[in-house]
Design a protein around this ligand. Sequence first.
Ligand code: NAP
Length: 558
Amino acid sequence: MNAAEQPTTPQSTARPVDVSATDAPSLDAVVVGAGLAGLYQLHRLRGLGLRTRVFEAGADVGGTWYWNSYPGARCDIESMSYSFSFSPQLDQEWVWSEKYATQPEILRYLHHVADRFDLRRDITLNTRVIRAVYDEERHYWLLATDTGESVTSRFLVMASGCSSTVKEPEFPGADTFAGPVLHTARWPHEKTDFTGRRVAVIGTGSSGVQAIPLIAEQAAELTVFQRTPAYALPAHNRPLTAAEVAEWKAGYPEFRAAQRRSKGGSVCEMPTRSALEVSEEERTAAYEAAWQEGLLSAILRSYTDILVNAEANETVAAFIRSKIAGIVADPATAERLSPRGFPFGTKRPCLDTGYYATYNKSHVTLVDLRETPIEEITPKGLRTADGREHLVDVIVHATGFDSVTGSLLAPDIVGKGGVTLREKWADGPVNQLGLVSAGFPNLFTVTGPLSPSVLTNMVVSIEQHVEWITDCIAQLLSSGVTEIDATPEAEAAWTAHVAELAAGTLYPAADSWYLGANVPGKPRVFLAYVGGADRYREACDASARNGYTGFTLSRPSA
Ligand code: NAP
């Protein structure tokens, strides 16, 4: 362990600061969540010498990698790339075993990070922040937890994750089912065994696509209830050889620097040509090569216009449908599994291991909810609109999340003038640079709405936010500033800019969780910045360089 190791990020200028002041809060910073973001934020704020506490709802650290322990859960970004870059020592000592790490391996890595940097002593587990009220006079937050604790803190960093608030489907009769009901994102930590059981899985997004092949290996019968077919690409996962790991490690310094400069947090060549300016043969060959690569982004970056031109996009969609038809033996099942009516990439594509081939197993059945929606849950199973009762022993919900804003709007957050964040964001999130929302000073969101976040390698975006926030807090405190807020003008301009960029793409054409379309009543607003993590980083850095343009900085009133 090397608890004293200081962050080695290139742009960090932060130095420990003295925050003792009259009317001081009991803490300098509270961080909500002990996933990737919360762990790193704690490490960095500690580096400033700040009294920091993390509150984590789970029984252990890990965030999304703690909760999503369903069979088959693994990363869909390469492990060597989906890991912290702030410590070269950590990069060198941790050894990933597979191209795409499993959930248990990523959780072991996060436990290692927590222990190596001695983070646990400031993390309170099994505790949810349920209320935060801003004290306008004293410039700090008053926080209450579900365990009855109250603290005051100058800064509040919401590192609560984009995929944390579970979306449970609300079918009539849900509580009458006699057997176990599981959700992929609240999976029990004890081993689940489906041997001899009849299992229903509802949902075919990334979680369902990963879990279905593994559940099928055990279950006596598996019935998959699909509302929208996914575009799934093969992961071609495999163990990493010692030579590959050594090569990665030797190149890490350059790779990490390139990651920070990249558009999406992955280092890759960017396309230069339109899909429509090459012959069909050339295009198919490019898509075939990308299919064999086993990377989420490979097909997307075959050509420049896949996410902006419907005709170009359709060439990929048709290629993927032809692949599905080639894998799934029954033509009717293959057709039901074939996505149509929304462009490829506008819902997050999935990486699969044996997903489509699972439907060739005789004990696996696909129910298309567009033909026969679920009408009710019964004590023995699920009844669909054709009157059929599907008898099962276990129901698995793979139905996703109230993404990006869900965990920010779950607590009562009360800003200036008694306005709640829920009220302010009733028509969708509004903020400056995806970091601070006007009227909620000293509250930062890590990879929250209107930042690149879920469109990028999350670890890279988390590090960028945490480092910006840390440097900002250091600057404020060293210059006697006790409050930072966004200006209404700047946040209106940023929010409009994010919406305008999204409107120039195909993203709005799908009913995706990116748009909040999966949650009834959620405002239809594109939640991420599509302009690229590189451009975004520059916008954040430019604001800081110029004295935090778009923000107001205030000192204590005399
Ligand atoms: P998701 O992508 O939102 O998929 C949820 C699935 O459940 C969809 O097929 C959805 O259908 C279906 N569904 C939701 N409500 C339903 C209802 N009432 N009736 C029937 N079907 C319903 O959720 P997810 O699979 O948990 O993935 C969410 C995100 O988490 C991913 O996009 C990804 O960013 C991340 N993730 C990543 C990995 C990884 O590999 N690293 C793994 C899992 C998750 P509709 O499409 O029709 O709404």
